[in-house]
Ligand binder design. Structure first.
Ligand SMILES: [Zn+2]
Length: 287
């Protein structure tokens, strides 16, 4: 499932390609995504210029010249492919997960520009498109979500307000989008490892120092993942496949039974299901 860094990589590549370009035509092949694509979707996008592609948490936000916005959420398995009419041999996937080339099936939405087209592929259809009619509604759309880790409002004072929720574990809190936006299962494990905090620890027992560690490591882990993803995207054209990339730098995620990567730690990585999600940690150095 794409998390904040993956969506940011898609945003960067998409923005580079479609900013200031005019949408010529839109084809909707299947309206039945998680939210049904509205009937006026084509009309809202066609003949409009894309001002920019922005992002909040895991939502891509396309700013249109009619002052409306098109949100795209990639859900569990959504990918955006770029088909360049001049450059047919290149990989098409703007993300570094799933197939590097456009699959034959599940191409639900196509947005056509002058020399290229953007295609939305989503086998499981948990992703969606949504039209937001003005800036006020855009703000309202995200009001239920917490700040992103990079935001200054994600600080110790803010964190401490959530400590009232006594019996909750830190892992559970960290993946709650109302607390902080954009941290999913993969990065929560990595953040807690770097912070030397056991994911099963009750939040009421966290010291202020640990809270500060978690805040700063959230920023560190996500920006590292964005940097790594960026470089793997750039490598795409040379290596012709998904090689390298950010997963090589995982310290705990999907490393069950392997040696802890922390220097001088003799622990092995454990896997445990917390809030229905697999969590990876070292119970030697994460207390
Ligand atoms: Zn360890």
């Amino acid at each position: 499932m794409p998390e904040l860094p993956e969506v940011e990589i898609v945003r960067q590549s998409l923005n580079k390609k479609i900013q200031q370009k005019k949408v010529k035509k839109v084809i909707v092949r299947n309206r039945n995504l998680r939210i049904q694509i509205p009937n006026d979707f084509k009309k809202v996008l066609e003949n409009k210029i894309i001002h920019k592609v922005s992002r909040f948490s895991k939502y891509l936000i396309i700013f249109l010249s009619n002052n409306k916005f098109c949100l795209i959420h990639l859900g569990m398995s959504g990918t955006i492919h770029l088909l360049d009419l001049k450059n047919k041999k290149d990989t098409t996937n703007l993300s570094f997960y799933n197939s590097p080339f456009l699959p034959k099936k599940h191409n639900h939405v196509e947005i056509i520009f002058d020399n290229f087209r953007i295609i939305y592929n989503d086998p499981r259809r948990f992703g969606f498109f949504q039209i937001i009619k003005n800036y006020k509604d855009l703000k309202k759309r995200f009001i239920h979500l917490g700040p992103e880790p990079f935001n200054n409002n994600f600080n110790l004072k803010y964190f401490l307000q959530f400590k009232k929720d006594k019996n909750r574990t830190i892992k559970d809190l960290l993946i709650d989008q109302k607390f902080v936006s954009g941290i999913g299962n993969i990065y929560a494990s990595e953040i807690l490892f770097l912070s030397k905090v056991n994911p099963q620890k009750k939040i009421k027992l966290l010291t202020s120092k640990q809270c500060i560690q978690i805040i700063s490591n959230s920023r560190k882990v996500l920006s590292n993942a964005i940097d790594k993803g960026g470089s793997s995207i750039r490598d795409f054209k040379n290596t012709n496949g998904i090689k390298g990339g950010y997963q090589d730098s995982f310290r705990v995620y999907q490393r069950e039974g392997m040696n802890c990567k922390r220097q001088n730690c003799t622990g092995k990585i454990k896997k445990k299901v917390i809030t229905n999600r697999s969590t990876f940690f070292c119970d030697f150095c994460q207390k």
